[in-house]
Design a protein around this ligand. Structure first.
Ligand code: MC0
Ligand code: CO
Length: 138
């Protein structure tokens, strides 16, 4: 794994949280993107070299809705940049980690993503992220 790609924060109300984090960071979010397949609407902030993703549920069975119901708002996942997501998934699977998706799936901000089960990471949900090469992004 290369570096932290972003930290995901589960929020109830994206518009309200955008205003809140705009005050905290002293700058506005740079994009809002809905990922229908994950049941989320996201916004992104760039804080120096770091990226923060806010996530709001778009349906009742969204992972974000379930998370907030159980644990409340707060840090939901940590995403790591990888250069070859399939290779990383295979490497982790071979060591017995449960990867929550068979194949990489399309996330926000032009990334292939995959998730490790939080119970296999001391309660931390880990996302792997690989930038989608331009030629694949059709
Ligand atoms: C757009 C994209 C991007 O960046 O590009 C994103 O980030 S999308 C981000 C949203 N998408 C995802 O999160 C996709 C991957 N997540 C999932 O597949 C799911 O949310 C699971 C992590 C498998 C949880 O599934 P589900 O909520 O149905 O099961 P569950 O409620 O029984 O949870 C099983 C146990 O995991 C815990 N659990 C659930 N979500 C957790 C989280 N984020 N961090 C730490 N623990 C978590 C629950 O509290 C529970 O523990 P106890 O049994 O002890 O109570
Ligand atoms: Co994420």
């Amino acid at each position: 794994m290369d570096k932290i790609e972003h930290i995901g924060i589960a929020v109830r109300d994206l518009a309200a949280s955008n205003k809140l984090f705009e005050k905290i960071f002293g700058m506005p979010h740079y994009k809002i993107e809905e990922v229908a397949s994950e049941g989320v609407r996201t916004s992104f902030f760039e804080v120096g070299p770091n990226k923060i993703e806010l996530l709001e549920a778009t349906k009742d069975d969204s992972p974000i809705a379930k998370f907030i119901e159980k644990k409340g708002e707060g840090i939901h996942h940590i995403a790591f940049a990888v250069t070859d997501i399939r290779k990383e998934m295979d490497r982790l699977r071979a060591q017995g980690f449960r990867i929550l998706n068979e194949e990489p799936k399309k996330g926000a901000d032009n990334k292939w993503v995959a998730f490790l089960h939080p119970k296999d990471g001391n309660g931390v949900l880990i996302e792997l992220c690989q930038e989608i090469p331009v030629r694949e992004n059709t």
